[in-house]
Design a binder for this molecule. Structure first.
Ligand code: ZN
Ligand code: ZN
Length: 271
């Protein structure tokens, strides 16, 4: 089937009229390259934020989670529903477009979790979806993923959230890309395909501090948000010596501690 592509981008989110109106598509897609890139970035960002969204949901549901929540007259329960509703809607959305690709294109995602599907759509399926025979599918895809990322970001990182950079290298490994430039992807159990090679990750660690929740953050790599060290692990003496740089780790604990999120009694600092 021959598909007719428009000259101008079919996404309602393209450049507004006062700035020159929709950009040109280039003739092989219903949307312009900028909108296509944004769709990819929005889904990648959504995948990266997914663990933070889950963590926030867990915190909201903990017995003390609803207490420090302030503003907007909302109760913890309302907030819980809003955050879980956002997570549910985003999971439904990536599942919907994934099912469409599986049914119409015959491609199979490496794993079925929402973050894996989002990453797979972003990296492998976005050009195909933007050039879908049905222009409505392409335009909806671009708009839907923009909305989903906006909602997920607001839910995972409420206003006042700050990320601090820690004087600590990432201690995880990164897979080496395949010869064709694509990246190996782990399955839902975190298993890598046979033959995957690894190098030490060059990233540095960060901690994201929420204004309204008193939980200890994961340490997260700035290059790969999947590289996380949960509090149970990074507060353990064993992990600190494993980090190989006692001085840096010591400063790390002080940095996080002065941000006021840690219960001092729960932190064991080696001196
Ligand atoms: Zn556009
Ligand atoms: Zn890393």
């Amino acid at each position: 089937m021959r598909v007719e592509y428009p000259v101008l981008c079919a996404s309602g989110r393209c450049r507004p009229d006062e700035h020159g109106g929709p950009r040109e598509t280039g003739g092989r897609s219903h949307v312009c390259p900028v909108c296509e890139d944004r769709a990819r970035e929005n889904l990648d960002a959504l995948a990266a934020a997914w663990p933070d969204l889950q963590k926030r949901l867990t915190a909201l549901r903990s017995p003390w989670g609803s207490e420090p929540v302030t503003g907007g007259g909302s109760t913890g329960i309302d907030l819980d529903e809003r955050v879980s509703g956002t997570a549910h809607a985003a999971a439904e959305l990536v599942a919907f477009y994934s099912r469409l690709v599986i049914a119409e294109r015959g491609h199979t995602p490496p794993a079925a979790s929402p973050s894996s599907l989002a990453r797979w759509l972003a990296r492998s399926q976005t050009p195909w979806l933007c050039a879908h025979p049905d222009q409505g599918v392409a335009a909806s895809y671009v708009g839907d993923v923009a909305d989903a990322w906006r909602d997920v970001r607001a839910a995972a990182y409420p206003v006042g959230t700050k990320t601090i950079r820690l004087p600590l290298r990432c201690s995880k490994l990164c897979p080496v890309p395949h010869d064709d430039g694509t990246m190996p992807e782990p399955d839902d159990d975190g298993e890598w395909p046979d033959g995957t090679r690894f190098v030490p990750c060059p990233g540095g660690m960060t901690a994201t501090i929420h204004p309204d929740l008193q939980y200890v953050p994961d340490l997260v790599c700035d290059l790969n948000h999947g590289h996380r060290v949960p509090p149970a692990e990074w507060q353990r003496t064993g992990w600190k010596s494993a980090a190989k740089n006692q001085a840096a780790t010591h400063r790390l604990l002080q940095t996080v501690d002065t941000s006021g999120v840690l219960d001092r009694s729960s932190v064991r600092v080696d001196t």
